[in-house]
Design a protein around this ligand. Structure first.
Ligand code: CA
Length: 228
């Protein structure tokens, strides 16, 4: 069955552009023009991915993304945020709301399709159990083992989950809030500093093989896993 994509965009030309392109790519799109219509649509159906415009009349895309992330039934649906603003601060805010990726307008349909494909692939449930490997660092979810240049390394369960999440989202800035949410779960009482503590331990464990360089600190942002 082809993946269902909900498009939330108030500009008719862009909405239609995305609808036509997703359909052409073999997906099943549904298009609405506001967060309110999207909420009604979501009452009766669950899409595999949501493309959400940042600037919408009424409830903004940012607000709506936060609502989706707070809803246990909808929080796992990947979101691509469309934004006309390219400033770094806004991008970070987009990730803070829980968007999985963002695309800056104007965008090429090809680029958007590539992002959709990547996100759907990442979101596929079976991929979570597949081993991930970058630059000689290999993590095996089913055996809970990590190899750095062929050497088994010791990690606590938290560091293992943290590394797994980082490796499943390479090349992206992951805020501390997001890491807390995804790795620790809904433990809101945990301070963001906790993430730094575990990153430090993770780097120590990866230090002998030189793989600590794959975990980059992004000033004012969070962390990024470098795939090479
Ligand atoms: Ca708009």
């Amino acid at each position: 069955m082809s993946a269902r994509i909900l498009i939330v965009e108030d500009e008719p030309a862009i909405r239609e552009l995305i609808r036509v392109n997703t359909q052409h790519a073999g997906y099943t799109p549904a298009a609405v023009d506001s967060a309110e219509s999207a909420a009604r649509w979501l009452d009766g159906a669950t899409p595999d991915l949501i493309i959400l415009d940042w600037m919408l009349p009424g409830r903004s895309g940012v607000e709506f993304a936060r609502e989706l992330r707070a809803d246990p039934k909808l929080k796992a649906i990947p979101i691509i945020m469309l934004t006309a603003r390219a400033q770094e601060g806004d991008k970070l805010q987009a990730f803070d709301t829980g968007a999985d990726d963002y695309v800056t307008k104007p965008f090429s349909p090809r680029e958007l399709m590539a992002r959709i494909r990547a996100l759907l692939r990442r979101a596929a449930p079976e991929s979570v159990e597949d081993p991930v490997e970058f630059a000689g660092l290999r993590l095996e979810p089913d055996t809970f083992r990590v190899f750095a240049s062929g050497q088994l390394i010791e990690l606590s369960p938290t560091e293992f989950r943290l590394l797994h999440y980082l490796m499943r989202h390479p090349d992206r800035v992951l805020t501390r809030a997001r890491l807390l949410d995804k790795v620790w779960g809904d433990h809101v009482y945990i301070e963001e500093r906790t993430v730094d503590v575990h990153i430090r331990r993770l780097r120590l464990a990866l230090n002998p093989s030189g793989h600590e360089r794959l975990i980059e600190t992004v000033r004012g942002g969070g962390y990024r896993f470098l795939p090479k």
